[in-house]
Design a protein around this ligand. Structure first.
Ligand code: 5GP
Length: 142
């Protein structure tokens, strides 16, 4: 049986405003903010407000708005960083690489010949995350 959703997870705390994040987008259903251990410049996380551990227990009604915003963010990061492409990733349970148990989609700008950095690797400087968030917000038109 799937494990229960834990409202003490780090993204739930970010959604409740209990810990800070560099937000680039918010609407009624979805928030997007910078990943603190980016796998590439501009790595952004797109997170539904509705609670679920991952895709396996999510309400299907959550997925349309989530992927609608993931697409908007993908277009915006490509523009913001003049990227050659964009990788979207989404992990379910530890065996897949999931480390935070609130559904989310990774959006990572990609550049020809530049590999992804390790997953949950090195912390980025807050000032770099803040500067990248400004660029993404501008590309999103907000
Ligand atoms: P997962 O492994 O669950 O797919 O991805 C979790 C992601 O969250 C990782 O890429 C990791 O770098 C990121 N992350 C972990 N803790 C925090 C945090 O406190 N704030 C932010 N913004 N990202 C985090």
């Amino acid at each position: 049986m799937a494990e229960a959703y834990d409202p003490g997870n780090i993204f739930a705390k970010i959604l409740r405003g209990e810990i800070p994040s560099h937000r680039v987008y918010e609407d009624d259903a979805v928030v997007a903010f910078m990943d603190v251990m980016p796998q590439g410049m501009g790595h952004t996380l797109v997170v539904p407000k509705a609670p679920s551990r991952n895709m396996l227990d999510a309400d299907p009604a959550t997925l349309g708005p989530l992927f609608g915003v993931a697409q908007k963010v993908a277009v915006a990061v490509k523009k913001a960083f003049n990227a050659d492409g964009v990788t979207l990733m989404q992990f379910n349970e530890p065996a897949s690489g999931q480390t935070v148990y609130h559904l989310h989609v990774h959006v990572v700008p990609r550049f020809e010949g530049v590999p992804l950095k390790p997953h949950s690797g090195q912390m980025e400087k807050p000032e770099v995350l803040a500067a990248n968030a400004v660029k993404i917000r501008a590309a999103l038109g907000g």
